[in-house]
Design a protein. Sequence first.
Length: 110
Amino acid sequence: MKISQLSDQCELNEERLAALAALCGLGRQTDEERELSDEEACALGVALFLSDSGLTEGELSAYFSSDDATRRCILKRLRAALLEDVHAAQKRIDKVDCLLGKLRDCTKKA
């Protein structure tokens, strides 16, 4: 499958897909554009997800060129970073809830 076909079918940016495929060593470059097997198209979906989840280009490249043990390590680091983000967001939500509670209390007293 050509990157342009995948881009059209999934409504994704063709340039971004091509750049990720090249970075991760997926597909083969023809005269016109990069072509992917079905398995490589699925792997490109994983690359897109990992990129959107916060992996750097270097980490993505390492992920696709490494063994399972290294991949697990990369994914565990990503999970830890995402969990840290969730905890930070939860603290902000708690503060907003506190302010809402104070406003509600002030409204009841008035």
